[in-house]
Ligand binder design. Sequence first.
Ligand SMILES: [Zn+2]
Length: 125
Amino acid sequence: MSVFAPSTDTWSQPFYEGLAQGELRYCVCAACSRALPYGARVCRYCDSAGIAWRPAAGAGRLCAWVTYRRGFAPEFPPPYRVAMVELQEGVRLLLPWQGGAEDPLRQGAPVRVTVESGRASAHLA
Ligand SMILES: [Zn+2]
């Protein structure tokens, strides 16, 4: 078993079911329909505890990234990158970065999030 195998619960199960189906999902408030950050249990706008999941388009922009030059797990040999991406729907995710760990990047660059084999990752659009 991978050290990165997610431990799902009732709340996160729809997210991982989406990944298994090749779909990136984000959560919204079921009462006011505003996008919520991953992990939200209560809407920050209206205090509703109703959370719904919607498919994300996969488009966004690059907010930040880090390049790891030391390996922490065999699944991610160094160097590799992890990126914070803001989806066009308004939520941010931390994702593995596809592409070279030394490629020049620019904050705000358009990115795409893809889902393959149950895992999401980001790359330049
Ligand atoms: Zn709400």
